[in-house]
Design a protein around this ligand. Structure first.
Ligand code: HEC
Length: 155
């Protein structure tokens, strides 16, 4: 019986202690010479959609929502940012080889068609990151144009 009573208290203590751990935040005030907008045309509406739905995990700047000031949510978010950026970073797009750029653009298109991005654990709270069909088609045709224009550049 005693063990059962102690468990929640132990958990509470741990929860309180981890509130004092604040990992570095994904914020860069730096100029971004390798940003994708330097490589392909990025109309403001496309940029707006990518910013609200993708940039938190796929850029060097995350808009941290209030709940990430509470642990362990910051760690979950950090984990997604780290692995998301490793796969695709819009701010570092220019550092990719032409082949990688093409393959990343293809995966963006696929992820939207399959509905695998943005992550559902994210849209659960970020309702405005759920993309409408119109927003998806806009991004998909931008991806197709970008693939073509990069292809021409690299001929
Ligand atoms: C909450 C964080 C988060 C958001 C928001 C998010 N992603 Fe991701 N994304 C990830 C993570 C984590 C991975 C790597 C692991 C995986 O594939 O699940 C990933 C992987 C990807 C990949 C795969 C890259 C590859 O080469 O296979 C693409 C493409 C992608 N995301 C596109 C997008 C697009 C487009 C959006 C916006 C519409 C978006 N993501 C929003 C976290 C996120």
């Amino acid at each position: 019986m005693n063990g059962i009573k102690k468990l929640p208290l132990g958990l509470l203590v741990i929860l309180i202690i981890i509130q004092f751990v604040h990992p570095a935040r994904n914020k860069s005030g730096q100029a971004m010479p390798n940003d994708i907008s330097k490589m392909v045309t990025m109309p403001p509406d496309v940029q707006g959609i990518l910013k609200k739905a993708c940039y938190d995990c796929h850029s060097n700047n995350t808009d941290y929502p209030w709940y990430t000031y509470v642990q362990p949510f910051h760690w979950f978010m950090d984990y997604h940012i780290q692995s998301g950026k490793e796969e695709l970073n819009f701010n570092e797009f220019g550092t990719y080889t032409p082949r990688r750029q093409q393959s990343k653009l293809r995966s963006i298109e696929n992820s939207l068609k399959d509905g695998t991005m943005p992550l559902s654990s994210y849209t659960l709270i970020h309702r405005n990151a759920i993309l409408s069909e119109a927003e998806k088609s806009l991004i998909i045709s931008w991806v197709q144009n970008s693939k073509d224009s990069l292809n021409k550049k690299n001929l």
